[in-house]
Design a protein around this ligand. Structure first.
Ligand code: UDP
Length: 480
């Protein structure tokens, strides 16, 4: 990688994304936001991950790749991202291999010190390097600030201290938030040191807009942690063309044109979009229940079912394990099943999509909000149970399926199956029309307008990015 030809005053920023779609896609969008403002960005990544980013390379955005030690961890060559595995063991190996990137990345940073490092919170070692180089470090954790506030509240009030009368109330937040379950201890223990470490940084960058997290949560965060949060999203709105929306993250397994013409043939708000993110795995039994519920609800649908890795041609016998007999034939015109990576942002943005059955991953959530689409909330792992509350209780733009099993990561085999009746009931609440559904839809549309306004010139996220850039310039100039 050669040196940048720097324009006067422009900043040099190095970005270090974590190799999973939920972290990498938004952080690379943030990198693009900085380069679109005339700053020079280098994304530090690994060869396979770089493949998905080549289309963004410009004279202001470059990639620096370091070797990913897949073999050292017993992974096949080229497996460098959580999207490329489908079980807990391999996901742990990808994580461990990502932790070994420190050496080569640190050497690169020392030889090429930027004005600022923006790194995922899974790389707390960046703190030492930034301190040594005396440059500001910004952290990206992929969460909403609402979820971060909830997590800090849980760290401050250990679960053991909760009484039986209010076991799942998240304490000391601006709203009374009651969860359906308490977070697993191992999840708390693993994220706590990471969230504490990010408090030592110059600030966190949030893929959200201030209006969705709410001014009260921004103030609450700043007051209780003394730390700064910069809301610059929703960053998916940087994708303007159908091509950009389709090629986000991975290559889509469906042709965007075909997908759009199918959606064009449907009435406004008549299609249910179903997708549970990039790393969630459901059992065949659970998929069967979803299929039964969708069919019983009678609505049109686009259903993303992760492909079984290494099994391109699924036999009829295997299919019968997760799909009711005759399902495909009966639903030939009513639905599409996408086996693999779907162009999610493109689909959500289509007028025919009336609701999104989602696992409440933060990116999916904020992408739906940006498109003005109400949600049917089915949280599964990580911080998704907090996101569910922000959407259903604080903003009233979603309904809950009633999921109660809180997993640590997506690949874990779920013990409980959510029955078809609960799923169908939640789907009907939004898709069967009626006054309540119309109110929810109206609120979702209004928030969608606010999301889009936030990233336009003069909007809250646009202004935040400007003041963050000014702040970084000031820090650079005062240190030189
Ligand atoms: N995504 C996609 N196509 C898919 C599955 C996921 O484009 O078939 C994208 C989705 O738009 C989002 C990201 O992958 O940007 C998933 O992030 P999220 O935080 O929603 O969930 P995670 O995968 O981290 O659980």
């Amino acid at each position: 990688m050669g040196a940048f030809d720097l324009d006067e005053g422009s900043l040099r920023l190095h970005f270090i994304p974590y190799p999973s779609p939920g972290h990498m896609i938004p952080l690379c969008d943030i990198a693009r936001l900085f380069s679109s403002r005339g700053h020079h960005v280098t994304i530090l990544t690994t060869p396979s991950n770089a493949h998905t980013l080549h289309k963004f390379i410009s004279h202001r955005l470059r990639l620096h790749t370091v070797h990913f030690p897949s073999r050292q961890l017993g992974l096949p060559d080229g497996v460098e991202n959580l999207a490329a595995v489908n079980n807990v063991e391999d996901s742990v190996k990808v994580h461990e291999a990502a932790m070994l990137l420190r050496g080569p990345m640190e050497r690169f940073l020392e030889r090429n010190p930027p004005d600022c490092i923006v790194a995922d919170f899974f790389f707390p070692w960046v703190h030492d390097v930034a301190t040594k180089l005396r440059i500001p470090r910004l952290v990206f954790n992929g969460f909403s600030l609402f979820a971060v506030c909830a997590m800090h509240s849980i760290y401050a009030n250990p679960i053991e201290s909760y009484s039986n009368s209010d076991p799942n109330v998240v304490r000391d937040l601006p709203h009374r938030i009651t969860l359906k379950a308490t977070p697993p201890k191992v999840l708390i223990d693993s994220t706590k040191p990471l969230l504490e470490m990010e408090l030592k940084s110059h600030g966190i960058i949030v893929n959200n807009f201030a209006e969705l997290d709410g001014e009260e949560y921004i103030q609450h965060y700043e007051k209780t942690t003394g730390h700064k949060a910069w809301h610059v999203g929703p960053v998916s709105l940087i994708c303007r063309t159908a091509e950009e929306k389709t090629e986000r993250g991975q290559e889509s397994v469906v042709c965007a044109h075909k997908c759009l013409s199918w959606l064009n043939s449907k009435r406004a708000n008549s299609v249910l979009y179903i997708c549970f993110g990039s790393i969630n795995q459901f059992s065949d039994k659970q998929l069967y229940e979803i299929a039964c519920a969708v069919e019983a609800s009678g609505c049109d649908f686009v259903w993303v079912v992760p492909e079984k890795k290494g099994k391109e041609d699924e036999s009829e016998e295997e299919k019968a394990k997760w799909m009711p007999k005759g399902f495909e034939k009966r639903n030939m015109t009513k639905g599409i099943i996408i086996r693999g990576w779907a162009p999610q942002v493109l689909i959500l943005g289509h007028l025919s999509v009336g609701a999104f059955l989602t696992h409440c991953g933060w990116n999916s959530t904020v992408e739906a909000v940006s498109a003005g689409v109400p949600m049917i909330m089915w949280p599964v792992h990580d911080e998704q149970f907090y996101n569910e509350k922000l959407i259903s209780e604080v903003h009233g733009i979603g309904v809950e399926v009633g999921a109660e099993e809180w997993n640590v990561i997506g690949f874990v085999v779920k013990k409980k199956v959510v029955g078809r009746e609960s799923i169908e009931k939640a789907v009907r609440k939004l898709m069967d029309g009626g006054d309540e559904a119309e109110k929810i839809r109206r609120r979702a549309r209004e928030l969608g307008k606010k999301a889009r306004a936030a990233v336009e010139e003069g909007g809250s996220s646009h202004k935040n990015l400007t003041s963050l850039i000014d702040e970084l310039k000031r820090l650079r100039d005062s240190s030189s």
